[in-house]
Design a protein around this ligand. Structure first.
Ligand code: PEP
Ligand code: MN
Length: 303
């Protein structure tokens, strides 16, 4: 049966039991009876719990030294997971494509040194096993949200998956992509709103924050926000991060670098690790106001 449209007059958005068409179409993503939220454990960080996940790091892993320094700095700022692309989905085939396995090794070293878990993208079904050897969470990028063989493969891997919304995907398509992963037996799926193509030519994408409260009605899965790709503009990242926490996001994934202008990819949307320090302090206050928590790092005693 075709998925039912929400006409605005019927309560199709409330958790449903029994014979709603959604029960069979959205078998694994639909809200649970009692509306319990799922938490996904990524290297000890429980994404979807009261404590927010703050995933930060560069767009791309550039060198061993770069990712090690950024890992230390984002950790000191209060991030609890490290991001960084080793396999990069670039619009042009002539742009830097990432360091591949070498980049994964550097990420792992930075993870071991700092104790941060690693979130990194897998682009190709043939690389899932390789990336899963190094990563704590497999990222499915926006351009691959409907790459069904890839979704099935990360589903089989059992590793937590960060599933980014396709840049022109509807909410239904987004949830059905999560179903592909979960139908393979992997329930560790985190959704990520990262902006969609809109009418705003001035910005790279339009960050759809309505996705957060809306999808919380449609699914028990955690949902985080990417304000970096969502805006394409570093100056807007703090405001949209604050808004994301205020509207109930379970976490953020933020591009940060000690020298944003020198980033080999996505320099325009990358904030400095110094800015991240200030931002996470602000986010901690907003989190508290909406009943959530961000654990700020202990300031070392100066004597
Ligand atoms: C990324 O997070 O590195 C990335 C490429 O994001 P997206 O797939 O959302 O464009
Ligand atoms: Mn990027």
């Amino acid at each position: 049966m075709a998925a039912q449209r929400n006409t605005g007059t019927e309560q199709t958005l409330t958790p449903t039991a029994g014979h709603s068409p959604r029960s069979s179409t959205y078998l694994f993503t639909k809200p649970s009876q009692g509306n319990c939220r799922t938490t996904v454990d990524v290297a000890g960080v429980k994404v979807g719990s009261k404590g927010l996940a703050i995933i930060a790091g560069p767009c791309s892993v550039e060198s061993a030294g770069q990712i090690m320094r950024i890992a230390r700095e984002v950790k000191a700022a209060g991030a609890n997971l490290l991001r960084g692309g080793a396999f990069k989905p670039r619009t042009s085939p002539y742009n830097f494509q990432g360091l591949g396995e070498e980049g994964l090794k550097y990420l792992r070293e930075a993870a071991e040194e700092t104790g941060l878990g690693v979130v990194t993208e897998v682009l190709d079904p043939r690389h899932v096993e390789l990336v899963a050897r190094y990563a704590d969470c497999l990222q499915i990028g926006s351009r691959n949200m409907q790459n069904y063989p890839l979704l099935r493969e990360v589903g089989k891997s059992g590793r937590p998956v960060l599933l980014k919304r396709g840049l022109a995907a509807t909410y239904d398509e987004f949830l059905l992509a999560a179903e592909y992963i979960m139908a393979e037996g992997n329930t560790n799926v985190i959704l990520c709103e990262r902006g969609i193509r809109g009418l705003t030519n001035e910005l790279r994408f339009t960050l759809d924050l309505s996705a957060v409260p809306y999808l919380k009605e449609r699914t028990h899965l955690p949902i985080i926000v990417d304000p970096s790709h969502g805006t394409g503009n570093a100056r807007l990242v703090p405001a949209m991060s604050r808004a994301a926490v205020a509207c109930g996001a379970d976490g953020l994934i933020i591009e940060a670098h000690y020298s944003p202008a020198d980033s080999v990819s996505d320099a325009n949307q990358t904030i400095s690790t110094d800015q991240l320090v200030t931002l996470i302090k602000e986010l901690a206050q907003i989190a508290k106001a909406v009943g959530r928590k961000i654990q700020l790092p202990q300031i070392a005693n100066s004597d």
